[in-house]
Design a protein around this ligand. Sequence first.
Ligand code: NAD
Length: 476
Amino acid sequence: MKHTQLYIGGQWRDASDGGTFEVLNPADEQVLATVASGTVEDAKAALEAADGAFAEWRARTPRDRAEILRKAFELFTANLDEFAKLITLENGKASADAMAEAKYSAEFFRWYAEEAVRAEGQIGMAPASGARIVVHHKPAGIAVLVTPWNFPAAMGTRKIAPALAAGCPVVIKPASETPLTMLALMPILEEAGVPPGVVNVLPSRSSGAVVGAMLEDMRVRVVSFTGSTEVGRKLLHAAADNVIKPAMELGGNAPFIVFEDADLDAAADGLMLAKMRNIGEACTAANRIYVHEKVEEAFVSKYTDRMAALKMGNGLDDGIDVGPLVNAETRDKVAHFVDDAVAKGAKVRLGGQRPNVKGFFYPPTVLTAVPDDAECLKDEIFGPVAAIQTFNDEAEIIRRSNDTIYGLVAYLYTGDLKRGLRVSEALEFGMVGLNRGLVSDPAAPFGGVKQSGLGREGGKEGMLEFMEAQYISTNW
Ligand code: NAD
């Protein structure tokens, strides 16, 4: 399954200057593959290929595109084991997490196969003139897709499937840490019937130059990015010159609130998901954990027991729950957050020590009494560290939860549904997990408010990100 070249116009090719970069296995720090590093010239070739494919792809009937997407779902599903293995090899996450990602990734093809045929519009009457208002949606044009390393498959399929359903060709630049999974998807799309040029993959170690050059091209009409808020801001600036439609899935700083009337076992299980799915390397990861002071000890003890039962090691080995983090920088950042919190007075209930082994490992860690000035409460931890604080008042915890530049997802556990809905509504987040530790679902609009992003992926909304409404004014 290991493709290492650029994929442009349905052809595998080396970079125009012959450049390459290395992809490491985070479990042993060994080189896993040497991958072609796309250049600005290659980016132009990819846009040419996409442009050449656009007219024919947009003219296909929705049913035709839907059946190709359905076939992609079936082929992906038939290859789940291989995708999961590749995800673990380049990202490090344990096999169970990798399999969950592979299944989630495939589902975007199924969902958008079902959505592709619902190209709905509307007909209305202008109140004053009586003219007819006819509204329909057209494919926006070429879409540039830029994805992060934490979900090497899902962050790609969550963009490719709706773009194809909408009738748009794409050029995707996967993260340099994890380009192999996206490359491995191409033979599947080919077999499913996606014509050459409709999907192009451009790994590159010069992300800024390559993506920047594409955003200078007037033919590009959508830039869909998932990654850090810092890079997202740069792409928004770059998109401004040609007024390219942006879809931004950026960072998060999710609060996880446990009220005194919550089912504590369910809350502890929910926090295992919200914190430890993907070893905490998720924009949706619970980052600030607030437990009502009346139930603090009971909850922390249940949660710490669950964290202590996890086994760390090479993600490919049997029985492993916690693989390595993706690279040394991420591991060092996590270790820094823990050291900073402890130096400021946090108590270590579990873990907290970086192991002296090969691979970018950090153990499951539980911190309590985390002080308000700890850096990990302001920034994404992106690792297996639970930072716990207490609260005693509903209004206070809503205010503290909202006190962040981010607004992606919040979680809360309570036995009182009325309170649950009241607090959900008061939380300034694009998504809320109410008595649930997982919100991601291809059928639901995923996305954030404030500096967590613009636009939505998944659901009905995800396809509209790749379409433009056209209104025709007429009489008959
Ligand atoms: P990143 O922003 O460093 O990189 C994301 C992508 O952008 C990569 O492909 C990278 O090569 C590329 N890139 C980097 N600099 C660029 C530039 N100047 N111009 C163009 N492209 C550039 O993010 P990351 O470290 O790969 O991923 C982690 C971040 O992603 C976290 O902040 C996380 O919260 C966020 N994330 C968000 C979501 C979401 O849906 N909201 C989902 C997953 C991850």
